[in-house]
Write a protein that binds this ligand. Sequence first.
Ligand SMILES: [Cu+2]
Length: 368
Amino acid sequence: MDPTKPAVADKEDDDRTGRIARRVLLANVGVAAAGSLVVAGLALTGRGAAAYQAPPATPGHVHSGASPTPSLAPGKTAAPAATDHDAVHKAVTAAFPAKTQGQGLQELPSRVVDGVREFDLTCGNVRWEVTPGQFVDAEAYNGQVPGPIMRVTEGERVRVRVMNQLADSTAVHWHGQRVPNSMDGVPFITQPPIKPGETFTYEFTASPFGSHMYHSHHNATEQVGRGMLGPLLVAPRDSRMDPKYDKEELFIFNDSLGGLTINGKGFPATFPYTAKLGQRIRFRFMNEGTQIHPAHLHGLTFEVFARDGYPLPAPFRCDTLNVAPGERWDAIVVADAPGVWAFHCHILSHAEGNAGMFGMVTALIVSS
Ligand SMILES: [Cu+2]
């Protein structure tokens, strides 16, 4: 594989195995560990490179650690100075995408038994590496943060066996699905808690279609905050209900006990998204955290077409999309400009500080 060309799986691949795109991305990240995918991406285009060069210092722009330059004549600007502040920012950005142990959002295998699609979820403790060397005590489905991707089709009968290997009770809520009340997963309202060592089997008919989620609804601040969440993707029975796209990506915010994360990782360990020039990418935004996170993509445009799985009366365009806790938004991005485009939460304290970028920051790398 040419490490300077982020490989992209097409939609057919995604539909067939889903894992291909992730594997390709992982391969790139592996390559990046030796060099840097960003550097490789930057080499693709001068425009991208410009986006990541430190801006020249301007009057009134104070760098902490920079020595004052009182001799400057009015109207003149200082030459870029290699201050400690710049060096720290540069180092953390150069480390992107940093390699960490563990990857969430792997495709969850299923089997069809007598017309019912069956899945197994195991709730357990795991040490999760959020950024290089920073481990948290996570609670996770199948050892992944976020949990594995469950794919079903609208109208399909679904059965999920949930085994609890945590030290605490739990329950699973199917967020966005019109399930029978007894399957809604809220302890003491619709079911007893699933105690440590117990197994509970959920069964429902998948509906409505769209981008949905599953998560703990027991001690949820703690359990979801520590990682007990995942995507439940319900394909429409009639594929014409979805817009056309070449590839799909998940973008899941979480913000408490596991840190400020996108898909379970904090910058510089977040995964970059990749696309070839002209491709249409479907992003599924989800917020499993406790605060609103405005997703902001540089240089390109969101065409937002669904909220909480429901198609909008008409798509709207924006570049900053508020995603509130519990919400899902679906948007198409047409990758019509090459470069490494920053892609981050625009609550700045979730994205960049004195030590450079951190937390909810990634990039969309468009190769020509
Ligand atoms: Cu945020």
